[in-house]
Every structure is written in structure tokens, then in C-alpha cells.
Design a protein around this ligand. Structure first.
Ligand SMILES: Nc1nc2c(ncn2[C@@H]2O[C@H](COP(=O)(O)OP(=O)(O)OP(=O)(O)O)[C@@H](O)[C@H]2O)c(=O)[nH]1
Ligand SMILES: [Mg+2]
Length: 196
């Protein structure tokens, strides 16, 4: 399922969020692997993707007790200013980074911190950083990426953790979902999530 953005779509987007199911925003720079993850979760196949010019949305129940609406939103620079339209209904963020693209770590850091310091981002919303493309030889480890992204500063206002993934090799995805559930549980937020 995919949609293109137009100005009038923004109201439609907000009105179409199912209020009884928590929303997870899947954000990150263009090319980091968000839609690859989205389609893997939807059809368990790693599709060849095109850059997302709008968003993909669907409801997932990847592990018991964790059911959510996931919004995969295009990460190109011109689309990032639209991300904040989704913040108000957001219960958690998955922020994906291409761990092999060292030249964009600073850009990823500033996009991540901008998201999490936005006044519309609900207080205490957990963040799972997905250190994607761990299959690549030049990939920074999750620990190295945590330093580059200054996760410790972020952790003061939002529960936060970094998980290594390779979507194309189906590595780390379920573990990231388990970690999200764990963060919600440890911050007493799991009760708001629909049991599945
Ligand atoms: N090596 C490797 N490549 C990956 C991995 N995950 C995704 N890719 C590739 O990265 C490229 C970009 O993936 P997308 O899923 O389209 O990236 P995106 O974050 O949705 O990009 P935008 O829609 O532009 O925001 C594709 O060629 C994917 O096949 C991974 O774990 N390892
Ligand atoms: Mg995409």
C-alpha cells in the first residue's frame, strides 16, 4: 500500500490513523532501508524498492503482545519536513540508518535529534535505532553508531536503544521488535498497546 503526498493529503493522513492501534513511525534518511523493512514485514520478501515519495502504512503484529500501525515515510530531504505531521499520534519511533554510509552519519544524527526534540513528539516515546546494512563489510557496529548519533544525549528524554539489522539478510528484525516491547514494558507504556 502506498500513497503520494499532496497538500490536501495531510488532513486525510491524520484522519485515517486508526486511533485504537498505536502508531510506530519508521523514519530515517533516504536509502537507509525503511521500505525494504516495511515490505519484508508485510509479505516476508525483500523487494526491490523505489525511493518513497509519500508513505506506506499497514498494521503489523510481529510478536505476541505487540500490534501497531507502522508508517514508512519517505526520507528524502524535501520530505522530512512533512514527518512532523505524524508526530502527534506517534507512540514509538524506529529510526533507520545505513550503517555503511559513514558520510551521512552527521546528517542522520541531526535528523534524529530534530525528530526527538520536536515539541509535537510525545514525551517518553521510545526510539529504536536500526543500524541497518550490517551485512556490508564497512558497516559501523551498533555501538559505534550509538556514538556517532549521540544516543546517550537522546536517552535523557526518550528511552532509546540501537539494534543491528540487515533487512536483506533477514537479520535482527525480530530482535528489534522484542527490544521495542521491552522498552515499552520497562517504561510502563505497554498497557497502551493492543495485545495481539
Ligand atoms: N546491503 C543491504 N542493502 C539494503 C539493506 N536494506 C535495504 N537495502 C537496500 O538499500 C536500498 C534502499 O532501500 P529502501 O528500502 O528503498 O530505502 P528507504 O529508506 O525506504 O529510502 P526512501 O524511501 O528514499 O526514504 C535498496 O537498494 C535496498 O535493497 C540491507 O540490510 N543490506
Ligand atoms: Mg522508502
Amino acid at each position: 500500500m502506498g500513497c503520494g503526498f499532496s497538500k490536501s493529503d495531510e488532513t486525510f493522513v491524520l484522519n485515517s490513523i486508526p486511533l485504537d492501534i498505536p502508531s510506530v513511525l519508521l523514519l530515517g534518511l533516504d536509502g537507509s532501508g525503511k521500505s525494504s523493512l516495511f515490505y519484508w514485514m508485510k509479505i516476508k520478501v525483500c523487494l526491490t524498492t523505489q525511493p518513497t515519495t509519500g508513505y506506506n502504512v499497514d498494521v503489523f503484529n510481529p510478536i505476541k503482545g505487540l500490534r501497531f500501525t507502522m508508517w514508512d515515510i519517505g526520507g528524502q530531504e524535501k520530505l522530512r519536513k512533512l514527518w512532523s505531521n505524524y508526530f502527534v499520534a506517534c507512540r514509538a519511533v524506529m529510526f533507520m540508518v545505513d550503517s555503511a554510509d559513514h558520510s551521512r552519519f552527521a546528517e542522520a544524527r541531526s535528523a534524529l535529534h530534530e525528530v526527538m526534540s520536536n515539541p509535537n513528539m510525545p514525551e517518553n516515546a521510545p526510539v529504536i535505532v536500526l543500524a541497518n546494512k550490517q551485512d556490508r563489510l564497512s558497516a559501523a557496529s551498533p555501538e559505534q553508531l550509538a556514538m556517532h548519533l549521540d544516543i546517550f544525549q537522546l536517552g535523557r528524554s526518550h528511552p532509546c536503544t540501537v539494534m543491528g539489522t540487515s533487512v536483506t539478510k533477514n537479520v535482527g528484525i525480530l530482535e528489534a521488535m522484542v527490544q521495542l516491547k521491552q522498552l515499552l514494558k520497562s517504561t510502563n507504556q505497554l498497557k497502551f498497546w493492543t495485545e495481539g
